[in-house]
Design a protein around this ligand. Structure first.
Ligand code: 0PR
Length: 398
């Protein structure tokens, strides 16, 4: 730090300089985040100092958080849950706003572990969870932090978790299963109803990672079952800072039962509240305000239009890519496309270096991964495909 402060002009010129190195989401097909909605930005500013780590001081921001949990509960069919309202819960759902999918996934598994431990179950070895091989790398952090073995089930030819593989991996030390509703690389949805049957049969928890899909699937023409309507689902991660158009950091974790929140509690003797069930202490009230505002502003109709836009872009890119001879790995389920192109790593590099397109690559098999987000337009797709054609032709005959 410098001894004497800089002038406002100097600071902002310094900041502008740094900002010029950021992308503004133009030509970005690699991100699951997007520009926040203007309403979310305004609401965020209004609550910039609010700390949800000390609820007693920020009762207004806390009300907004509870309202978001209630609205998300409705979106995810929490009405089908039969738990008493009040206490830790908003109507029939319990949960809180996290920093994103990573924190939600960590806390969901921590809840499973604490509940099983409180039930005094004896383990013959390390407790484990069974997750799909396609799960987000946040579960590597779970494995690292929590003394839990993370067992990865293989995928079927459509990149959904293979149920036979899940059943084979379950043993007497298994505490829970994870299904993904909108996996990071392919946008595929695991068979949540089948996972639910197995979870109920074996008395296991079932966490659904809908960090990306939570704001997509309910607005598709034919939504697949993935939420609390499915009886075995015990928790859901859903991220407003992805397809929810809120500001970063905005995640949410919802539980079917208040016992989960209870199991996460630590006492906070000198705060305005007696206990805390969140992972982080100080939390952004601005994020709660932003999410609340954008959800109320857009409503179901607004999000439906948002998803429709992204799905139209998805259909367009698949249709046009096929004309160039590039097939998708699967028929897209949501706004994520993995295209089979020759030498995808080189194609990716050249698209970026020559034309400034940001795309990513799936792990296995390697394919060109495109996430079609609200910041993309039909014109972008046309330009992108022209450049893809040039780049792939060049690679074929250098
Ligand atoms: N679960 C799923 C299914 C996800 O796709 C992600 C993130 C997470 C959990 C973790 O969420 P947080 O990163 O909010 O903790 N998926 C994207 C990914 O890792 C996140 C992302 C977003 C990456 C924008 C890059 C980017 O520019 O690919």
């Amino acid at each position: 730090m410098n001894e004497q402060g800089l002038s406002e002009r100097e600071i902002f010129s310094y900041l502008e300089n740094a900002k010029s190195e950021d992308t503004d989401y133009y030509r970005v097909f690699s991100s699951m985040c997007t520009r926040p909605h203007k309403i979310a930005i305004e609401a965020n500013r209004l609550f910039i100092e609010a700390n949800l780590g000390d609820l007693g001081l920020f009762a207004g921001a806390h009300k907004l958080e509870q309202e978001v949990v209630r609205m998300l509960g409705n979106l995810l069919h929490a009405s089908s849950i039969d738990v008493p309202s009040g206490g830790l819960c908003q109507s029939s759902v319990c949960g809180y706003l996290t920093t994103g999918g990573t924190e939600s996934n960590i806390q969901a598994v921590r809840g499973m572990k604490n509940l099983v431990t409180a039930g005094k179950k004896e383990f013959k070895g390390t407790p484990n969870i069974v997750i799909p091989a396609s799960a987000h790398f946040s579960f590597d952090k779970v494995a690292d932090m929590m003394g839990i073995e993370v067992r990865r089930a293989s995928l079927d030819s459509e990149f959904r978790v293979d149920m036979a593989s899940v059943e084979k991996l379950i043993n007497e030390n298994t505490i829970g299963l994870v299904g993904i509703a909108g996996n990071t690389e392919f946008g595929q949805i695991d068979p949540i109803d089948k996972l639910s049957e197995v979870a109920l049969e074996n008395e296991l928890f079932l966490h659904v990672d809908a960090a990306f899909g939570g704001f997509v699937i309910p607005f598709l023409e034919k939504p697949q079952p993935f939420d609390f309507k499915v009886p075995g689902v015990t928790s859901i991660a859903i991220d407003p800072h992805k397809m929810g158009l809120s500001t970063i950091p905005s995640g949410a974790l919802l539980f079917r039962s208040p016992s989960f929140l209870d199991s996460l509690k630590v006492s906070t003797p000198y705060l305005t509240t007696k206990s805390q069930f969140t992972l982080t202490g100080t939390r952004s009230g601005a994020s709660a305000a932003a999410t609340c505002a954008v959800m109320k502003y857009l409503g179901y109709e607004g999000y439906r239009k948002n998803v429709q836009h992204c799905m139209e872009l998805t259909s367009k890119i698949v249709e046009e890519a096929r004309k160039l001879g590039f097939e998708p790995l699967i028929e897209p389920v949501m706004n994520v496309v993995a295209l089979k192109v020759p030498n995808p790593d080189l194609v990716r590099e050249r698209l970026l270096k020559k034309f400034g397109w940001n795309v990513s690559i799936t792990r296995t098999p390697r394919a060109l991964r495109l996430v079609l987000m609200p910041h993309n337009s039909p014109e972008d797709i046309e330009l992108f495909l022209k450049d893809l054609k040039k780049v792939t032709a060049e690679i074929k005959s250098p």
